[in-house]
Design a protein around this ligand. Structure first.
Ligand SMILES: Nc1ncnc2c1ncn2[C@@H]1O[C@H](COP(=O)(O)OP(=O)(O)OP(=O)(O)O)[C@@H](O)[C@H]1O
Length: 293
């Protein structure tokens, strides 16, 4: 593990923001810390970064402090500096030994080459977030802590930041916090679900999704769906059928593997004219609701 905590607690006055967190971040993963507002995500990241002291519990970090970088949720830069100056300053502070050419390299990775000599006071939110990432990775940290890196951005800005984070896989370990579950599902391989200062689940995204939310098939038909829905409901391997509109059915099943063999035959038996048939993977949002409700 590159980062671990044991029995971590943080109280603000009498309020327990973290109530016994055993975090385990495997090296090389993109770890998504998810939870609703106030769950304790920022507090946990700030403790890992050494910016806040825990009330009790242990923190074990494999890299030295200098190889750990935190990007806060709304990075602030002096507005009169240019993007290049911001990143150059970060390099001089955290990794003076690295070649200066690295500044241009990370600016290019963040797609800021064209804007590098403009003052950051005129940057959009998405550009500021990408600049923050560039300034965070310029020192080649081993562990990157990103607090809500994409949450405040529009879809295009989020896309760019998520792509940038995905490109870090294999180069560094990333822990990012988010309350946007689709982002976490897309970019993370390990997930920790935090609620009211407690980890409700921690492990591989795949392990979380498999066997939790009910698996289902989305079936699109050219023929009327009502009769087919009634026939399928009678099958014991079918958990339920929702009629979504006059062409589409959502067929929930007990096991995708069993349904793979049985559903085509059942549709053929009703002489249904099938346009498409898709398995619907469980969604982090469903599982999150199931775990936190
Ligand atoms: N400096 C502080 N003083 C007092 N209470 C605090 C402080 N910082 C956080 N809290 C409280 O601790 C709890 C956890 O806050 P934290 O910011 O860590 O959660 P979060 O999951 O990051 O939430 P958000 O998504 O809203 O940023 C919240 O109830 C918050 O009000």
């Amino acid at each position: 593990m590159i980062a671990e905590t044991q029995g971590l607690e943080k109280h603000y006055g009498a309020h327990p923001a973290l109530a016994g967190v055993d975090l385990a971040v495997p090296e090389g993963t993109v770890y998504g810390l998810v939870g609703p507002n106030g769950a304790g995500k920022t507090t946990l990241l700030a403790i890992l970064a050494g910016l806040r002291r825990p009330t009790s519990g242990e923190v074990r970090l494999a890299p030295p402090r200098g190889r750990i970088a935190l990007l806060p949720d709304t990075p602030q830069f002096e507005p009169w500096l240019t993007g290049r100056e911001v990143v150059a300053l970060a390099r001089r502070l955290v990794a003076p030994g690295l070649p200066a050419a690295r500044v241009d390299r990370v600016l290019a990775d963040a797609e800021l080459t064209g804007a590098a000599d403009r003052r950051v006071g005129g940057y959009s939110r998405g550009m500021l977030q990408r600049l923050g990432l560039a300034a965070t990775v310029v020192g080649e940290p081993e562990l990157l802590l990103l607090d809500e890196p994409a949450s405040a951005l529009d879809p295009a800005g989020r896309r760019e930041v998520l792509d940038l984070i995905a490109s870090l896989r294999g180069k560094a370990t990333v822990v990012l916090s988010s309350h946007i579950l689709a982002d976490v599902q897309e970019v993370c391989d390990t997930v920790g679900i935090l609620r009211e200062g407690r980890l409700l689940f921690q492990g591989g995204l795949h392990d979380l999704l498999v066997g939790r939310a009910v698996p289902a098939y989305l079936v699109r038909l050219r023929s009327p769906v009502g009769r087919v829905a009634d026939r399928l409901r009678a099958e014991e391997w079918v958990a339920g059928v929702d009629v979504l509109d006059d062409q589409r059915l959502r067929v929930s099943v007990h096991s995708l593997a069993a349904a793979e063999g049985l559903l085509p035959g059942a549709l053929a038996a009703c002489e249904a004219r099938v346009i498409s048939l898709y398995p619907q993977a469980a969604d982090l949002e469903d599982v999150f609701l199931e775990l936190t409700s």
